[in-house]
Design a protein around this ligand. Structure first.
Ligand SMILES: Cc1cc2nc3c(=O)[nH]c(=O)nc-3n(C[C@H](O)[C@H](O)[C@H](O)COP(=O)(O)OP(=O)(O)OC[C@H]3O[C@@H](n4cnc5c(N)ncnc54)[C@H](O)[C@@H]3O)c2cc1C
Length: 243
């Protein structure tokens, strides 16, 4: 296997990006931190979204914040518009050097099973805008994570979250700076309904109910049984955090 970049493009619009994605070996990059680890059997034609004007954090109304797909995790951490629980989860997601580079869109498409940031977005009712040459579709984040990978020409352009209500997160990791083994998030919206999400118990972060039956896969950082026990404890903590 090899990793060779045969061409590199910085489209200045989504339309230009769609045209570039027609080339053989075309791959989108947000921050490139994950993609950099990947080996490809054909040379890559990199389509870098950094100039495609997808990086704004805009309040749509009193309830809803729209966050552009190329917003970096560090920009999320630094924005006072972003709910505290999401900012904290973004800070714990990666070390500072990678946070300055990795993007919200890349984090969603990577769908890391232990992503604490994705649990925080799930309980904030995140709705993802996915553009394709046919138009833009809005998908709830939970549904999008369950249906990855995206279609070949699909581009995540933004994520809208509900910023109201009370939220809480809890995690267990081997050290404070390490990624979570299991992470939990809860939020009670202004509708009074409680949302719960877990990372580290399935192939992607998932929305759950307090009574959900879990069957986590185990690995070197924790067996399935250990992860299930952690999930129970962390769910109790986040429920207490929003009570
Ligand atoms: C040393 C190291 C440690 C890491 N640790 C962690 C960790 O602890 N937890 C964790 O979750 N991740 C970790 N990662 C993985 C990676 O940093 C994250 O998944 C990161 O958030 C990816 O963001 P990015 O913008 O760099 O993605 P990229 O590498 O640019 O892209 C990732 C994938 O998403 C696609 N993509 C990017 N943007 C879009 C878009 N707008 N629309 C459609 N597709 C898109 C790309 O084609 C690619 O398939 C680590 C990586 C490294 C190098």
């Amino acid at each position: 296997m090899m990793k060779r970049i045969s061409a590199y493009f910085r489209p200045e619009s989504i339309g230009e990006a769609f045209a570039l994605l027609d080339q053989p070996g075309a791959v989108l990059i947000g921050g490139g931190t994950k993609l950099n680890l990947r080996t490809m059997s054909v040379p890559m034609s990199v389509v870098d979204l950094q100039l495609a004007r997808l990086d704004g954090i805009d309040r749509l109304d009193d309830d809803t914040l729209s966050i552009g797909a190329t917003t970096t995790l560090q920009q999320l951490v630094d924005s006072e518009e972003v709910p505290a629980v999401v900012r904290g989860a973004a800070r714990r997601e990666l070390p500072s050097t990678l946070r300055a580079q990795s993007t919200l869109g890349g984090t969603i498409v990577s769908a890391d099973a232990e992503s604490e940031l994705l649990t925080a977005l799930l309980v904030h009712d995140a709705v993802v805008s996915v553009a394709s040459p046919e138009g833009t579709e809005k998908m709830e984040l939970g549904a999008l994570l369950a249906h990855l990978p995206l279609a070949p020409h699909a581009i995540v352009t933004a994520v809208a979250i509900d910023t109201r209500g009370a939220a809480s997160v809890a995690r267990t990791a081997r050290t404070p700076a390490d990624k979570a083994i299991v992470a939990a998030a809860a939020r009670v919206g202004v509708d009074g309904r409680r949302r719960l999400a877990l990372a580290g118990v399935a192939s992607t972060p998932v929305l759950v109910e307090e009574t959900s039956k879990l069957d986590p896969p185990g690995d070197f950082r924790g067996s399935g049984e250990y992860r299930r026990a952690l999930a129970g404890v962390l769910i109790s903590r986040v429920i207490e955090g929003v009570s």
